[in-house]
Design a protein around this ligand. Structure first.
Ligand SMILES: Nc1ncnc2c1ncn2[C@@H]1O[C@H](COP(=O)(O)OP(=O)(O)O)[C@@H](O)[C@H]1O
Ligand SMILES: [Mg+2]
Length: 255
């Protein structure tokens, strides 16, 4: 069996005359963390919305475990294939508890269709432990509004893991966070990888992404301008330098 979980081939998507994603090809292997990096407007969210079935591409192909997707790729099919996405614009229901948020819309029910609250509590407790919610202050009954930004991302990640994500897609999980909070989210991501999930996470901070990612895909105005394994790059500074060299080579006007 190949190590490939997902392959995108020549994916293109326009909105009117905005070419948001242009001929993008990339691979996500099993149990690896891929950092998808690019400035605002680079097409990152559009690309992951295509992979998670929210948008149909104008052209291009999606392969899951080496099998080409035929017909319309939808959110439901992506879920079935083990792709769980935490969208940038999709907030948690902050007035509800951690447990409620983990199971929202996909509750554990008994034979009569009643929600099994105790079971959900226990499962939430297990998940929180597994992904490393170390604070003793929080229980599955804690209201999400009382959590920090990093911990909220943890709840979203726990939710994805409960539904057995083989690929966890996180759209800018750390953008609004302090360094300490960012580190928490990274620890949650590492826990997911440890459990065998792959993670595709979006960031516009290379310095942050460098520490955690096994591989980098750099998107610039809809186009992949660089893909590299971490082992091929000595430091975050080198990665930034590569990008600057690329920009100087004429892809983009200075400034
Ligand atoms: N639903 C949409 N309708 C029209 N234009 C869109 C839509 N979504 C994204 N775009 C445009 O596509 C480009 C890429 O956006 P996006 O994928 O959100 O970038 P990123 O996530 O990298 O910031 C931007 O120019 C954005 O304005
Ligand atoms: Mg975005």
């Amino acid at each position: 069996m190949s190590s490939r979980l997902v392959e995108l081939k020549n994916i293109t998507k326009s909105f009117g005359n905005v070419n948001a994603v242009n001929d993008v090809s990339m691979v996500i292997n099993k149990a690896e963390i891929v950092g998808l990096i690019g400035d605002n407007g680079a097409g990152k969210s559009t690309l992951i919305k295509i992979l998670s079935g929210v948008y149909s591409p104008d052209s291009g192909e999606i392969f899951i475990r080496d099998r080409k997707i035929e017909g319309r790729w939808t959110v439901a099919k992506a879920h079935e294939a083990g792709i769980e996405t935490v969208h940038q614009d999709r907030a948690l229901a902050v007035q509800h508890t951690i447990a409620r948020n983990i199971f929202m819309g996909r509750e554990i029910t008994g034979r009569l269709g009643l929600i099994r609250v105790k079971k959900q509590y226990e499962e939430a407790e297990r998940l929180m432990r597994e992904i490393g919610f170390t604070s003793k202050v929080f229980t599955p009954d804690s209201v999400v509004a009382t959590l920090s930004g990093g911990e909220r991302q943890g709840v979203a990640i726990a939710r994805a893991l409960y539904f057995e994500a083989e690929l966890l897609i996180l759209d800018e999980p750390t953008t609004a966070l302090s360094l300490t909070e960012t580190q928490k989210v990274y620890n949650f991501m590492l826990a997911a990888k440890e459990k065998g999930s792959s993670v595709l996470f979006i960031s516009h901070n290379i310095y942050h992404a460098y520490d955690i990612a096994d591989r980098f895909v750099i998107l610039d105005r809809g186009t992949v301008v660089m893909q590299a394994d971490k082992s091929e790059i000595e430091s975050a500074e080198r990665l930034v330098q590569h990008m600057k060299d690329f920009a100087r080579a004429g892809h983009r006007a200075p400034g």
